[in-house]
Design a protein around this ligand. Structure first.
Ligand SMILES: Nc1ncnc2c1ncn2[C@@H]1O[C@H](COP(=O)(O)OP(=O)(O)OP(=O)(O)O)[C@@H](O)[C@H]1O
Length: 258
C-alpha cells in the first residue's frame, strides 16, 4: 500500500532530517515508527502527507509510492483524495471553532447526506464529543482534542491513517484509550495505520510491525511482538525500563547506534 524508498529530506537546503529511509506499510497492516526527539519522525509524516514545503523542507532523494502511484511530490489535497490522511502532532485543529464546526470543515468534500452520516458515526464513537459539540475546541481536554482529530480524519475516509504522536501530553489512562480507539478503527474500518510515537510500549501493543528511527535512519525493523520480547531492542533502542521508588515506570535511553 505504502512504500518509502531511500528517502532523504532536507530543510532549508542544509539540515538533513532523513538520510535514506526505507519502509513499507501493507494493506490492512498497523506499523509503528518509533524514535527519540529529533529522529526525523515528523519529517517522514510531512513527506508522506505532502507538507514539507510548508516547513521549508523538500525531498532531496528517494521515492514515496502510495497505492501503486509515485506520490513523492503530490500536494496534501491530492493525497487526501487518494486516501492518505495524516493527523499531525500538536493537535492542529480550529481552536476557536466548536467540535461540530471542525468536523464540518474536515468533511467539506462530502455531500450533505454523507456528512450527516459521517458525523453521526463520529459522535456515536465519541459520545463526549457529542456532549461538548457546541463548545470551543480549544477548551477540550487533550484526550478529547485527540478524539476530535481522529473524528475529523475519519470524515476524509482514509485508507491509510498516519498519526503523529497521539499520546503526547496525555495521562497513561488516556494514552491507553487513544491506542484502543486506533486499534478499533483499524479493525472495524479495515484501515492501514502508521503510528508515529515516542511511547514505544503503548504503540507496540497495537501494531504488527515496527521501525525505529534514529538521526534520520532506520536502525531497527521487525515484528512488534518480537521487539517487545527482545531485551536488547527494549534496552538499546527503546530505553531500559526501570521501576522507581514510587513504583512508577520510567525509561532511560542506554545507547545511540548512529
Ligand atoms: N522546519 C524545520 N526547519 C529546520 N529544521 C527542522 C525543521 N523541522 C525539523 N527540523 C530538524 O529536522 C530533524 C528531525 O526533526 P523531526 O521533527 O522530524 O524529528 P522527530 O523525530 O519528529 O522529533 P520529535 O519527536 O521531537 O517531534 C531535527 O534535527 C530538527 O531540528
Amino acid at each position: 500500500m505504502l512504500s518509502v524508498e531511500n528517502l532523504k529530506v532536507v530543510y532549508r537546503g542544509v539540515i538533513l532530517a532523513l538520510d535514506g529511509v526505507s519502509l513499507e506499510v501493507r494493506e490492512g497492516e498497523a506499523v509503528a515508527l518509533l524514535g527519540p526527539n529529533g529522529a526525523g519522525k515528523s519529517s517522514l509524516v510531512r513527506a508522506l502527507a505532502g507538507l514539507l514545503p510548508k516547513f521549508e523542507g523538500r525531498v532531496l532523494d528517494g521515492h514515496i509510492c502510495f497505492l501503486g502511484q509515485d506520490t513523492t511530490h503530490l500536494d496534501p489535497v491530492r493525497l487526501s483524495q487518494m486516501g492518505l490522511t495524516a493527523v499531525l502532532e500538536g493537535r492542529p485543529l480550529f481552536r476557536y471553532l466548536t467540535p461540530l464546526e471542525n468536523l464540518v470543515a474536515a468533511g467539506h468534500r462530502l455531500s450533505p447526506r454523507e456528512l450527516k452520516e459521517g458525523m453521526d458515526e463520529v459522535f456515536a464513537r465519541f459520545p463526549r464529543l457529542f456532549e461538548r459539540r457546541h463548545e470551543q475546541a480549544g477548551y477540550l481536554s487533550g484526550g478529547e482534542q485527540q478524539m476530535l482529530l481522529l473524528g475529523m480524519a475519519l470524515l476524509t475516509r482514509p485508507r491509510l491513517l498516519v498519526v503523529d504522536e497521539p499520546s503526547l501530553g496525555l495521562a497513561p489512562k488516556l494514552v491507553e484509550e487513544v491506542m484502543q480507539t486506533l486499534n478499533a478503527l483499524r479493525h472495524e474500518k479495515g484501515l492501514s495505520l502508521l503510528l508515529v510515537e515516542q511511547n514505544a510500549r503503548a504503540a507496540l501493543a497495537i501494531v504488527d510491525r515496527v521501525y525505529v528511527l534514529e538521526r534520520g535512519r532506520v536502525v531497527f525493523e521487525g515484528d512488534a511482538k518480537a521487539a517487545m520480547e527482545d531485551q536488547d531492542v527494549m534496552e538499546f533502542y527503546l530505553g531500559k525500563e526501570e521501576v522507581g521508588f514510587r513504583q512508577a515506570r520510567r525509561y532511560r535511553r542506554r545507547k545511540r547506534w548512529v
